[in-house]
Write a protein of this length. Structure first.
Ligand code: SME
Length: 163
């Protein structure tokens, strides 16, 4: 098993070093749960400012987002369509950056310590299949750099994390 190694200093350089390693980690494995589990582990161990990172996948039967593999404290298992930041991102099919969760109407607290958040939708071909949610214990942790690289990562690996 190869190790994930990121030694760069800036956030941008860290993403630049990390993303190809994640892609190659997933290359030989078709199982989506195994792949999602390793993606969140690789992200969490690389970025100190991530307090929680995990997948929420859309369940057509219940019309809800359901918790998938994650790293961090236990979290809400189901999020209704359009609810919270995750539901809003899924509904709007757009990345949402929340610098201060208290300012986001309807934000769902899974961990009372969360201060800021980014939610990135996942598209397989042109269908949205879920979101990646990242939380931080600091205000204003996420910016256009996180958005750019997380969107890039999810576009690259969507075929490896969808059933
Ligand atoms: N804060 C999210 C819910 C998920 S947890 O933070 C892990 C939201 O408002 O959608």
């Amino acid at each position: 098993m190869e190790e994930i190694k990121v030694s760069a200093a800036t956030k941008q350089e860290q993403y630049e070093e990390l993303l190809p390693q994640i892609t190659s980690l997933l290359n030989d494995e078709p199982n989506s749960i195994a792949n999602m589990a390793n993606v969140v582990a690789a992200l969490k161990q690389t970025f100190d400012y991530y307090s929680w990172v995990g997948f929420y996948l859309f369940d057509k039967q219940s019309n809800e987002l359901v918790l998938g593999p994650f790293q961090g404290k236990i979290a809400c298992t189901r999020i209704g369509f359009g609810k919270g930041v995750c539901g809003a991102s899924f509904q709007q099919k757009e990345t949402i950056i929340v610098p201060d969760v208290e300012q986001f109407p309807g934000h769902i607290y899974c961990d009372g310590g969360t201060k800021s958040e980014i939610v990135v939708p996942i598209f397989l071909q042109s269908n949205i299949i879920g979101v990646l949610d990242v939380d931080s214990y600091a205000f204003d942790s996420f910016d256009e750099t996180d958005k750019k690289y997380l969107e890039q990562l999810l576009a690259t690996i969507a075929g490896r994390i969808a059933n």
